[in-house]
Design a protein around this ligand. Structure first.
Ligand code: CO
Length: 267
């Protein structure tokens, strides 16, 4: 008679990648929150950025692509893997994750499910809006403008940034969701600002190049420099969304949903 072996489960978290200290700290903080929610389940990381994977390899640091991480898990005889990407919208990067996971699944026999990104619908936008508003800097005065700088995209899913902006504005009209690409760039936001001091917060999962250079860097093209050039005093907040506990919780709830799909409710 065949014995019923318990299925071996693992979690794979996927991020753009981190090669600097602050970025890695963001990953660690998120991973800790994940381990608390899923005690005893092995947690691995995969990066989606090839340049970062290559840089880490040159520095002899370990990093895996999604396909490689899944193949390793299959080799280690895991059966099911819930994958959670730390992305904001279901855009191009998310579609790539789905494709890599599908490839690895077909080639390994692993059973995989991918959790949804942060924003998928109006309901997510509501929850995320509350999470962002709950985590505004304590020093921010009620009449001061706050800009969350997202990545943005030229992709149909980018409308979810506007949903988030609308959900936030219902509660605090001085908080703006901006994006580096597509709609709601800084040029669109500048005329809506009315306070001298403006807070600048990354709507990005990790502290990486976009947050440190494009948002808070000293080049004349950074959002900080452009705000200053327009007469504002800029107060950048340097943390990744993966470190915002309420936001991390949304990703982890999406992971929970994916894991439940795989195991059929019995955890
Ligand atoms: Co980018």
């Amino acid at each position: 008679m065949m014995e019923n072996k318990p299925l071996r489960k693992a979690i794979l978290l996927a991020a753009y990648g981190a090669s600097n200290f602050r970025g890695k700290e963001c990953l660690r903080n998120f991973e800790n929150q994940c381990r608390i929610k899923f005690p005893g389940v092995p947690v691995r990381w995969a990066f989606t950025s090839l340049p970062i994977i290559e840089r880490l390899a040159r520095e002899r640091q370990k990093s895996d692509s999604i396909a490689k991480a899944l193949m390793k898990l299959a080799y280690e005889k895991f059966d099911i893997v819930a994958v959670q990407p730390l992305q904001t919208i279901p855009g191009k990067e998310y579609e790539d994750v789905l494709a890599h996971v599908a490839y690895a699944r077909d080639n390994s026999g692993l059973c995989c499910e991918v959790g949804q990104p942060l924003l998928n619908n109006a309901e997510d936008a509501e929850i995320a809006a509350l999470a962002l508003l709950a985590d505004l800097p304590g020093d921010r005065k009620g009449d001061e403008d706050v800009i969350f700088m997202g990545h943005g995209a030229r992709h149909p899913a980018a409308h979810l940034y506007e949903k988030l902006d609308a959900a936030i504005k219902l509660r605090d009209s001085r908080v703006h969701i901006g994006a580096m690409e597509g709609k709601n760039g800084l040029n669109e936001i500048l005329p809506r600002l009315s306070s001298r001091r403006v807070w600048l917060i990354p709507l990005l999962s990790l502290m990486g190049k976009h947050a440190m250079e494009d948002m808070a860097g000293s080049s004349p093209f950074s959002w900080k420099s452009r705000l200053e050039e327009n007469g504002h005093e800029c107060a950048p907040v340097l943390h990744g969304m993966a470190e915002n506990e309420a936001i991390a919780e949304i990703w982890l709830n999406h992971l929970r949903k994916a894991a439940t799909c795989l195991t059929g409710n019995k955890e």
